[in-house]
Design a protein around this ligand. Structure first.
Ligand code: ZN
Length: 280
């Protein structure tokens, strides 16, 4: 099953067409995309019974599949080659965890303002959306509603400024957390633990990896995070990026006005960001 946020309304997506959930369920489920995760099991049972043709739509009208999560976790150094290019050792028992603030979330197609004087970098990431509360959970897919594509856009100067890093702020400028184009449930994949992901700038591929190379897999991340913080329905986990970010290149490379960034995950789809210079 795929669900999306179409102009702020929850829709089921099937073969490129959208069924409005509030209309098809006669109001049993509301139009708000975020509220469905609190009733995920009930919603899935209902959605399995829906057999409607749906309507065509413009992908530019898609918003974030989970636009107002209570918590947005992001994982650092979760691929070996990315840890190496970043100059860090591979984490052993717990990866670095930081927050992306939810005001940075957008849908899959957007224009992003580059912070003036900054070094804005790309990080394609698999993003988990939680479908039920998890606290002290064992490693499993049980609590996961589905997967979507994400970009953990990062302004490196802010991120690394001061005596201790500023990951949360450096990665939370407006528009720095595009997600989408929809949420795909784990059963839709041959193997949800092994998906190719990539990103390109102006047609040049700069990152390419597979999620089987995650040091901490999706089920393990759910267990590790929930050992400390209860994970809530609709929460997001950005699972980390593979090698190929701009800050790890020689010479370093960052996004410039006019650049187009395309991020893609197998079985999910793509994000498309264009960049303009922001003001002070
Ligand atoms: Zn990241």
């Amino acid at each position: 099953m795929k669900i999306a946020n179409l102009s702020g309304r929850l829709v089921l997506v099937h073969q490129g067409r959208a069924v409005d959930v509030a209309e098809a369920s006669a109001g049993r489920f509301g139009p708000d995309p975020q509220s469905v995760y609190a009733r995920w099991a009930e919603f899935r049972s209902w959605a399995a019974t829906v057999d409607l043709p749906g309507k065509s739509f413009d992908p530019r009208d898609l918003g974030a599949p989970a636009p107002a999560p209570r918590q947005v976790f992001a994982i650092g150094l979760n691929y070996r080659e990315h840890a190496a290019e970043s100059g860090y050792q591979v984490p052993d028992t717990l990866p670095p965890v930081f927050a992306k603030f939810s005001s940075a979330l957008t849908g899959p197609i957007s224009t992003v303002e580059l912070p003036p004087g900054g070094h804005t970098d790309w990080e394609v990431e698999l993003v988990v959306v939680m479908g039920s509360r998890a606290h002290h959970a064992v490693p499993s897919w049980e609590h996961v509603a589905g997967l979507t594509a994400g970009q953990d856009l990062s302004e490196r100067i802010t991120q690394m400024s001061g005596p201790a890093p500023q990951f949360g702020l450096g990665k939370s400028f407006p528009g720095f957390a595009p997600t989408g184009p929809w949420l795909v449930t784990p059963d839709e994949f041959n193997d949800p633990d092994d998906l190719e992901l990539s990103c390109s700038v102006n047609g040049e591929q700069l990152q390419k990896g597979r999620t089987r190379d995650l040091i901490f897999s999706v089920p393990v991340l759910v267990a590790k995070l929930s050992a400390i913080v209860p994970l809530l329905p609709g929460d997001l986990i950005f699972t980390g990026t593979p090698a190929g970010v701009g800050v790890g290149r020689t010479p370093q490379r960052f996004l410039a006005p006019g650049d187009e960034l395309v991020s893609w995950i197998e079985g999910i789809g793509e994000l498309r960001q264009t960049f303009v210079q922001g003001g002070a």
